[in-house]
Design a protein around this ligand. Structure first.
Ligand code: TGC
Ligand code: FAD
Length: 390
């Protein structure tokens, strides 16, 4: 290949491994994100939130629950869904979070574990972005160890009565429904809670220094009375929520490639235009070493995501392989973002550039959907057969 034809952000031409469908979807989402989202993101980030009105826009281009089939969902491959996550997170992790929580957590939970009535009622408006969902698993005292949750649901006649609270819930304040996991006499069960149910409230978590273009909330359930039909019929135990996390973690491992790519591209451009000591920064050997390391890391992350996409499309991906991808790619993205921030010098700390915004977002991304330690322990268990979580 001629040097001039090389794509700096895809040095190994990894995208050539994608199907024409995945590439076309990637281009569509990229065009939309660059035209409609990128120009507004720093204002949303500065302000601390994201307008709920963008959900119908995302629905219109088929991004919500896009890897699910039927019920108004686009039914794309898992790889195409991953590419869409990559292009959204290239703008901001908060945008990918909105789409992840809607499609991979709330909608997937209903799709996989809900009754046919749940699916008919909720999936079409959620796919269109007319109804927003959130997913309540974490509590203030039960994060990495969700089995320690205290939120409970007890039967009263045919009804269920829900009490407790959930913490750090993405989309919580803008959601029309919450998928909530609670302790019952039969183990952990999942419930659909419409946000207008008496006793339910959502409280915005303010003063965040990360993932600012995203609504994060505490959900409170104070004697929330739900009909018998609100419960997911056939799933009991942690397997229910953990199966949904696999879906969202998969989207994140692609999203991290997008955040890393944006940081790398911005650093490369800045290094070529900023002059010090009479030369562009890119002409210094120390800068070239940083650019080479970032490029190698980015290609590794892209290869990991593409391989896991193909495994998922073949229904062969395991939760431990998803853990591998989430840990490896978010770690790479953080390192790339930090190096990029350094190359931009003082300019890198402002919202005029994206690097520090990505860097600080990635501190949430490495924590949510299982911390680095949880994924390392999951890989360790698969390698050794020994569980070291407790
Ligand atoms: P353990 O005994 O290992 O498992 C209990 C049951 O669950 C099954 N299971 C899974 N099933 C599907 N997928 C997985 N990944 C699974 N992992 C486990 C397991 O087979 C078992 O089933 P069964 O039938 O035998 O009962 O459970 P444990 O209590 O030891 O916990 C394991 C551990 C630590 C890995 C798990 O608790 C964990 O993943 N912790 C991290 C919690 C987490 O990731 N929370 C995320 C909350 S949601 C979120 O952060 C959204 S952010 C979204 C955004 O804005 O983008
Ligand atoms: P803890 O579990 O208290 O962990 C603190 C530290 O201790 C971590 O470094 C952890 O790795 C380490 N640690 C814990 N146990 C071990 C161990 N056994 N061995 C070694 N180290 C260990 N949750 C939802 O349910 N829905 C959402 O929509 C959602 N959105 C979120 C959005 C944002 C912006 C953030 C920041 C979080 C969100 N979360 C959500 C919560 C997220 O999933 C939790 O923060 C995460 O699971 C970690 O839990 P924790 O914060 O309580 O940390």
């Amino acid at each position: 290949m001629e040097r001039a034809m090389m794509q700096p952000s895809d040095f190994l031409a990894v995208d050539e491994l994608l199907s024409p469908e995945a590439r076309a979807i990637g281009q569509t989402v990229r065009d939309y994100a660059c035209a409609e989202l990128a120009p507004r993101i720093s204002e949303w980030y500065d302000h601390g939130g994201i307008p709920a009105e963008i959900a119908p826009e995302l629905g219109k281009i088929g991004l919500l629950g896009m890897h699910l089939s039927g019920y108004g969902c686009a039914g794309t491959s898992a790889t195409s869904y991953g590419i869409a996550c990559r292009e959204l997170e290239a703008v901001d992790s908060g945008l990918r979070s909105l789409v992840s929580v809607q499609g991979s957590l709330a909608m997937f939970a209903i799709y996989r574990w809900g009754s046919e009535e749940h699916r008919q009622q909720w999936l079409p408006p959620m796919a269109a972005g007319e109804a927003i969902g959130c997913f309540g698993l974490t509590e203030s005292d039960a994060g990495s160890d969700p089995g320690a949750m205290r939120t409970s649901a007890r039967r009263e006649g045919d009804d269920w009565v829900l009490n407790g609270s959930k913490m750090w819930i993405t989309n919580g304040t803008v959601a029309d429904i919450a998928v909530v996991w609670a302790q019952t006499e039969e183990g952990i069960r999942g419930f659909i809670v419409p946000a207008d149910t008496p006793g339910f409230s959502a409280h915005e978590i303010k003063r965040k220094l990360s993932l600012r273009a995203s609504a994060t909330a505490e959900l409170v359930f104070d004697d929330v009375r739900l009909p018998a039909s609100a419960v997911f019929p056939d799933i009991r135990g942690l397997k229910g929520p953990l199966s949904c996390l696999n879906e969202a973690r998969y989207g994140i491992l692609w999203g991290a490639v997008g955040a890393a790519r944006s940081c790398f591209a911005e650093a490369l451009e800045y290094a070529q235009t900023r002059t010090q000591f009479g030369k562009p920064l890119s002409a210094f050997q120390l800068t070239q070493r940083k650019l080479a390391d970032m490029s190698i890391a980015l290609s590794n992350a892209a290869l990991t995501a593409t391989r896991l996409g193909h495994l998922k499309d073949a229904h062969r991906v395991t939760p431990e392989q998803v853990s591998h991808g989430k840990l490896a790619n978010v770690r790479i993205a953080i390192e790339v973002a930090r190096t990029a921030r350094g190359i931009l010098g003082a300019a890198g700390i402002t919202l005029e550039h994206s690097v520090m915004r990505h860097m600080s977002n990635l501190e949430s991304v490495v924590t949510y959907e299982g911390t680095e330690e949880m994924h390392a322990l999951s890989i360790g268990r698969a390698l050794t057969g020994v569980s070291a979580f407790r």
